[in-house]
Write a new protein. Structure first.
Length: 263
């Protein structure tokens, strides 16, 4: 067993203002994505100006925050927020849905591509390789918050999370599994894959497929939210159901991309 590093979720407390590590993780993800897109944008195959990239990051950031929060509200705890609507804006308490954030980014990309007269899927191909950086940093934020832990485990790296709901049991640090799979590994795969010209939609398809597979796998050992529980057969979770369309759509995009060569 490894001792859980009980880090205060509040990174900076100056009385009237509290800055949470969870929020810092999102800021880091956005800044890292901005820097990497600046690096990618200068290549001839993409041809983005710094101003266009700044606009794209701004649109995407709005999509992540609004979509991610609304996704968490709608997919995971609708009944609670109907009774406590003001808490929808309490982002410092956590509660962001990746699948909702992804839908928000799709809407943001649509607005951006319409404004700059660019192909929707060419834009998603451009940004897809940097998304895992934000995913990985967000999962680190979940780990610091001591939330979204995994099932009981006797593995050497299992931990006891401080949340009373965790029951004092040694558990899988599923947040770190997701940070490694959805964050680091998916970033490496997409960055390598996108280092050479690919048919339009291929990079986007690989991102959807890869994330869906990794998330689906981790869901087997990640404990679902207590107010939702397992949806069927004592192992099917909401995260699994939301990942299945990503896997299927990603597979279809890859097939169409390589069959038509992006034409």
């Amino acid at each position: 067993m490894i001792s859980y590093p009980d880090i205060d979720p509040v990174a900076l407390n100056i009385g009237f203002l509290k800055i949470h590590w969870y929020g810092i993780s999102y800021v880091f993800g956005v800044l890292a994505a901005w820097c990497l897109l600046r690096f990618r944008g200068v290549k001839d195959q993409w041809g983005y100006s710094p101003e266009e990239i700044s606009d794209l990051i701004f649109y995407a950031m709005l999509g992540i925050i609004i979509g991610g929060r609304l996704g968490s509200v709608i997919f995971y705890n609708m009944s609670y927020y109907i009774q406590h609507p003001i808490e929808i804006i309490y982002l410092q308490h956590g509660g962001m849905s990746f699948h909702g954030g992804l839908l928000g980014v799709f809407v943001a990309v649509w607005f951006f591509s319409h404004k700059y007269n660019k192909s929707f899927f060419k834009v998603t191909d451009f940004i897809a390789p940097v998304i895992p950086i934000g995913l990985g940093s967000g999962r680190i934020g979940n780990f610091i918050n001591g939330e979204l832990w995994g099932a009981p485990s006797n593995l050497p790296w299992a931990m006891v999370f401080p949340d009373p709901a965790a029951g004092g049991l040694t558990r899988h640090p599923s947040q770190l599994y997701e940070a490694l799979l959805e964050g680091l590994l998916l970033f490496i795969i997409l960055w390598w894959f996108s280092s050479k010209p690919r048919p339009i939609m291929a990079i986007s398809g690989l991102f959807l497929f890869g994330y869906g597979i990794f998330r689906f796998i981790v869901e087997f050992i990640r404990v679902p939210d207590s107010h939702i529980g397992y949806l069927a057969f004592d192992f099917v979770t909401m995260g699994m159901l939301l990942s299945i369309p990503m896997i299927l759509f990603g597979f279809i995009l890859l097939g169409v991309a390589f069959r038509t060569k992006g034409n």
